[in-house]
Design a protein around this ligand. Structure first.
Ligand code: UDP
Length: 311
């Protein structure tokens, strides 16, 4: 198939491109590098079935030819990015989603939206099934991401219902692995790079808030499984292995032999207190579940950061 991936120089999308190419497809990636990185394209560019276009997908999709599949992955995706790039974040969810959906309508392509567990906000239902409507602050600092993704889901369902476009919506929970940006502010790159530098790990708040971390290889298998399934309802992709940020900090310090301990920093506004996916829908519809253990995922992620963190 001929497949378009927006945000192709980003963390998850660059891994997605790699697997799609390995599966024999032709892949065109688009990115403007506001949060993506050239180095994420290194393994992709030599492949003759891969093409890269530098462009801002919130303005237009300057790519020619017909596509069979469009993965709309482009968006800033970490809390400090939302604060620095509020309008870019809003328009990735709104304008870029509409532009990509129009292209799918025109091409007869299947559309895939990278949505997020953030649509559940600070969830009052735990763990989270797809049927939960969420608890989102529509005006807080995270709202530019949360509400943009909620709009993106709505416009995707509207194109499906009213224009007959084939659509898929994934709600991605916390994902980690090689190619995360060292300074993107997310907890995994923060803790791992601090540990490698023998600094105390910065635990926000009391550290009792929970997250559930999925290794990127598992995530990408889930995205492709959903795209090729018959499911047009939203679908969680995440690893139900839940832990507190204190437990994560302890694990990383122990694994890396860092004896500098932790320091507590203020909890960001609207930081969700708990998050854990129910993945029955993915399991039932396309037989997906995570396979990479936390120990293996951390080992592979730390190995990557050892190569890029200046200590
Ligand atoms: N966090 C932390 N220290 C850091 C960065 C993040 O304790 O240096 C916490 C953050 O407050 C949140 C969790 O780790 O509770 C996950 O944060 P992240 O930004 O990775 O993703 P989120 O799930 O909040 O979007």
């Amino acid at each position: 198939m001929r497949i378009l991936v927006t945000g192709g120089a980003g963390f998850i999308p660059s891994h997605l491109c790699e697997v799609l190419l390995a599966d024999g497809h032709e892949v065109v990636a688009v990115d403007n590098f506001i949060t993506g990185h050239h180095r994420n394209l290194a393994t992709l560019l030599p492949n003759p079935r891969f093409a890269f276009v530098e462009a801002d997908v919130t303005k237009a999709l300057p790519v020619s030819g017909r596509f069979d599949r469009v993965y709309h992955m482009a968006s800033p995706a970490s809390p400090i990015d939302y604060v620095q790039l509020p309008f870019e974040t809003l328009y990735c969810g709104s304008d870029a989603t509409r532009i990509a959906l129009d292209r799918c309508r025109q091409d007869g392509a299947r559309f895939f939206l990278a949505s997020t567990s953030e649509v559940y906000g600070d969830p009052l239902v735990h763990p989270q099934p797809e049927t939960y409507w969420g608890n989102v602050n529509s005006i807080g600092p995270r709202s530019v991401y949360d509400e943009a993704k909620r709009f993106a889901e709505a416009v995707t369902m509207a194109y499906h219902r009213y224009h007959g476009v084939q659509t898929r919506i994934v709600r991605i929970f916390n994902t980690y692995g090689p190619r995360m940006r060292e300074n993107d502010g997310r907890v995994m790159p923060a803790f791992i790079s601090q540990a490698l530098r023998r600094q105390p790990l910065t635990v926000f708040g009391d550290g009792l808030q929970t997250r559930s971390f999925c290794f990127v290889d598992d995530n990408v298998r889930g995205l492709i499984g959903l795209m090729e399934s018959g499911l047009s309802e939203p679908c969680n992709i995440g690893n139900p292995h839940e832990m507190t940020m204190l437990q994560l900090a302890e694990y990383i310090n122990e694994y890396t032999g860092n004896t500098a301990g932790i320091v507590h920093k203020p909890l960001p506004t609207d930081d969700p207190t708990q998050r854990k996916p129910i993945i029955d829908r993915a399991r039932a519809n396309f037989g997906w579940e995570p396979q990479v253990s936390f120990a293996e995922g951390i080992e592979r992620t730390v190995a990557y950061f050892r190569g890029i963190v200046a200590v």
